[in-house]
Ligand binder design. Structure first.
Ligand code: ZDP
Length: 285
């Protein structure tokens, strides 16, 4: 069956968006998602995202498959794209959202609230970071302890790491120069390290100034992407926990900058950045 889709990206982290509002199960299997994400044999994307019907306390549900077919709990750049996609579906139906407009989105990481801004950016209330080892999950510390600046040996080199969950798991290492990190060689070894039972997203962070971080990421299930929204949020939190930056900072990713703010008032992390539609189409079969 041919399926309509739209291709979006947030700072070059790209997704195939599917209008799945008519049924609660995704119209594609993980295997079909793997095929569509292939950059030579498919549409090409870092993941496939579905807008689904939801329960009473939310407007819609989101599910996502990574390009390897695995299902993460959350996706920061993806939820900005999803908010834009919903806005355009509602506009097509003759009910354009009055800006700024907030959507309550149910995810496997709980309720997340993206807000469409008048300038085209999207600000997302990403909720509270989770810091206990058991919540990440990682065996690097006791289940009820935080993992801040702990040694982790990867490929005979010992790194100092901090772990943060934004619903999905992140391991953050601070480095002097992000450009010098051999990402393709060490990324997979972090991802599949025995101390991370659900695998891990890994961010390498260079603190340029207390309000400016540079980041490179190796994503669980997707590899070296141009941007990772949950990763930028987790990295800002990790930098604050290590006394390396302010609670509000710009995080520069290979695909461009995100503004991240860990509110002292409500402990929620707020992320602001762009999301753009690239094209729409339909699958061949
Ligand atoms: O946790 C994971 O398996 C990630 N690959 C999910 C995708 C995260 C994303 N890049 C983001 O922006 O948060 C979409």
């Amino acid at each position: 069956m041919s399926i309509a889709f739209s291709k979006y990206h947030g700072l070059g982290n790209d997704f195939i968006l599917i209008d799945n509002r008519h049924q609660s199960a995704p119209v594609l299997s993980p295997e079909q998602a793997i095929q569509l994400c292939d950059r030579n044999f498919g549409i090409g994307a870092d993941g496939v995202i579905f807008v689904l019907p939801t329960q009473a306390d939310a407007d819609y549900s989101m599910r996502i498959f990574n390009s390897d077919g695995s299902e993460p709990e959350m996706c920061g750049n993806g939820i900005r794209c999803l908010a834009k996609f919903i806005g355009s579906l509602e506009t097509l139906a003759g009910k354009p959202p009055a800006l700024p407009h907030r959507y309550r989105i149910h995810t496997l990481a709980g309720q997340i609230v993206p807000e469409l801004q008048t300038d085209g950016q999207v600000t997302v209330d990403m909720g509270e970071p989770r810091l206990l080892a058991g919540e990440i999950p990682t065996t690097l510390a006791a289940a009820d302890a935080k993992v801040v600046n702990q040694p982790l040996t990867v490929d005979e080199q010992t790194w100092q790491v901090t772990c943060v969950s934004m619903g999905n798991p992140h391991c953050i290492a601070f480095v002097g120069d992000v450009a010098a990190v051999p990402l393709a060689a060490i990324g997979p070894q972090f991802e599949h390290h025995a101390v991370f039972p659900q695998r891990i997203n890994t961010e390498f962070i260079q603190v340029v100034r207390p309000d400016y971080l540079k980041m490179r990421v190796w994503e669980r299930g997707a590899g070296p992407t141009l941007a990772c929204g949950t990763g930028a949020c987790a990295s800002l939190v990790a930098a604050v926990l290590n006394g390396k930056c302010d609670r509000a900072a710009t995080v520069e990713l290979p695909g461009g900058p995100l503004q991240i703010d860990w509110s002292a008032a409500d402990n929620h992390v707020y992320m602001t950045g762009p999301a753009e539609v690239v094209f729409s189409g339909a699958t061949a079969s």
